[in-house]
Design a binder for this molecule. Structure first.
Ligand SMILES: [Zn+2]
Length: 148
């Protein structure tokens, strides 16, 4: 399932821009997805949550904008959206054309972030809380190497 590796790279790109912007959190990622890019939308959305876990993007929304496959028709000398991605036919005159102008996109268009101190109403707690790891609280009760 290559959507997972795509999701990881989307998360990486978005975290990088978020860090550069000094953001503490990413709320949403806007992704352009061409009709012919070969990515299954559902699988990508699912993978995104996995990839976002533990990053600045955790809990953020992936907003996908699907782009239709668009071809240029030399006969009409204009572009048009394919009616079916199975048939590379000009939607205006029906001529066969393989001159694809749009449809293979898969890129991060924008991200929506929380900047520190921007909105007083939004959550500002960003300290990574230790959820597991209360080791070190109670003093030596028994042997440290708990075998059971
Ligand atoms: Zn045409």
């Amino acid at each position: 399932m290559h959507e997972l590796s795509i999701a990881y790279s989307v998360v990486e790109i978005a975290s990088e821009s978020a860090r550069q912007a000094g953001a503490r959190r990413v709320n949403a990622v806007y992704l352009r997805l061409g009709a012919l890019c070969g990515v299954a939308r559902g699988a990508l959305e699912f993978s995104y949550e996995i990839a976002a876990a533990g990053t600045l993007l955790e809990g953020s929304t992936l907003v996908i904008r699907e782009l239709p496959a668009r071809v240029y028709c030399p006969a009409c000398q204009r572009e048009g959206d394919l009616e079916s991605v199975q048939h590379f036919l000009c939607p205006h005159c029906g001529a066969v054309t393989g001159d694809l102008r749009q449809g293979r996109e898969m890129d991060v268009e924008a991200i929506e972030v929380d900047l520190p101190g921007a909105e007083p109403g939004t959550e500002r707690r960003e300290e990574p809380e230790r959820e597991h790891g209360d080791a070190g609280t109670g003093d030596s009760q028994g042997n440290p190497e708990q075998e059971r």
